[in-house]
Write a protein that binds this ligand. Structure first.
Ligand code: PHE
Length: 354
């Protein structure tokens, strides 16, 4: 009876150790965990185990049986301990499986796609860096503007034909209230800034502008400009030309020459149309500059005294220069883009190239 019991216990033990080894999973190489082994040892050979119960009951047996069963019980217990000991050793020897855990450091990593700047932002940041390094401040203004700042303060009186040079989008207004509009030029920030700041001052104003425009490859209804404005004493056209030349040379990373052609903008006197030497051929003449060697950039000039007066400065005390250049224009030149409408198209095939 006892003999059978002992043999059954052994069978049971063997089945159980196999089971907890399998539970360790294939990743463990079929090895049980330390805790599971400890529990098993306690269950089969611990103080309260059936096994110890059997050993204790040996005293009631005949000397002959005592010897036989005692020996069997002891052997079995030792076998159990031996098996457990071996398992423990296996665990400690193999807790680090170099083969399974090796990492191939030469496998190419998974690329995370990070966002990036829109070409307009890239160009804006370039421009800002260059002007900040020249001691300029970066100023800002609202995109919804009053007629005063967008036109009147810039020496463009109501009913003056010059207002027609720029058409814009008007917002609805209640009866008797002024109709605000989307600003048509960053020049609108000139008077806003000068009202609050006295010369000497040097600013650039990068920002969005809007015009009611039939769009084509070089015109869009929504676009960016960057205004430059400097005011102080003894400012002249030479300063304008030199500053612009320094800027464009830094921006295009090549020597750029500047050309001023007489033109008319109500808020400057004298006013210029502003060209730079072609960044593709250097001025010799090519397809990009249609053979002329020059690229049109925007408008510029010496600040009209009427603008200073509108901003609250005394007449004829200060001089200054100003320009307004299109940001898209510069981005198109820098990155060789042939349609301005791409910038606002939302086309990822375009955006992803930058
Ligand atoms: N604001 C003008 C335009 O958008 C450009 C300009 C700015 C011209 C400053 C002269 C001086 O066309």
């Amino acid at each position: 009876m006892l003999k059978e019991k002992i043999e059954n216990l052994k069978k049971q033990f063997l089945a159980e150790i196999e089971k907890i080894s399998a539970q360790g999973g294939s990743a463990s190489g079929g090895r049980p965990s330390d805790e599971a082994l400890f529990e098993l040892e306690k269950k089969y050979t611990g103080r309260k185990s059936e096994f110890i119960g059997i050993l204790k009951s040996l005293k009631d047996l005949s000397p002959e049986e005592k010897k036989q069963i005692g020996e069997l019980a002891n052997n079995t217990k030792n076998q159990i301990w031996e098996i457990i000991k071996n398992k423990r050793q296996e665990i400690s020897e193999n807790s680090f499986d170099a083969e399974k855990e090796k990492i191939d450091v030469t496998i190419p990593g998974k690329k995370k796609s990070a966002g990036h700047f829109n070409p307009i932002s890239l160009v804006r940041r370039d421009i800002e860096d260059i002007f900040v390094s020249m001691g300029y401040e970066i100023a800002d203004g609202p995109e919804v503007e009053t007629g005063w700042y967008n036109f009147d303060a810039l020496n463009i009186p109501k009913d003056h034909p010059a207002r027609d040079m720029q058409d814009t989008f008007f917002l609805d207004a209640k009866d008797g209230e002024e109709k605000l509009s989307m600003r048509s030029q960053t020049s609108a920030v000139q008077a806003r800034y000068m009202e609050k700041n006295k010369p000497p001052l040097r600013i650039i104003v990068p920002g969005k502008c809007y015009r009611r425009e039939a769009t084509d490859t070089t015109h869009d209804h929504t676009f960016y400009q960057f205004e430059a404005l400097i005011a102080g004493e003894n400012v002249n056209v030479g300063n304008l030309k030199f500053t612009a030349q320094e800027f464009f040379s830094a921006f295009f990373k090549q020597d750029v020459t500047v050309r001023l052609r007489p033109s008319y903008f109500p808020f400057v006197e004298p006013g210029f149309e502003f060209d730079i030497s072609c960044t593709v051929c250097g001025g010799k003449g090519c397809r990009a500059c249609k053979g002329g060697g020059w690229l049109e950039i925007g408008g510029a000039g010496m600040v009209n005294q009427n603008v200073f007066v509108s901003a609250g400065y005394p007449r004829n005390k200060y001089q200054g220069f100003a320009w307004g250049f299109g940001l898209e224009r510069l981005a198109m030149m820098k990155y060789k883009i042939d349609d301005v409408r791409l910038f606002h198209s939302g086309d990822l095939r375009f955006i992803k190239q930058f």
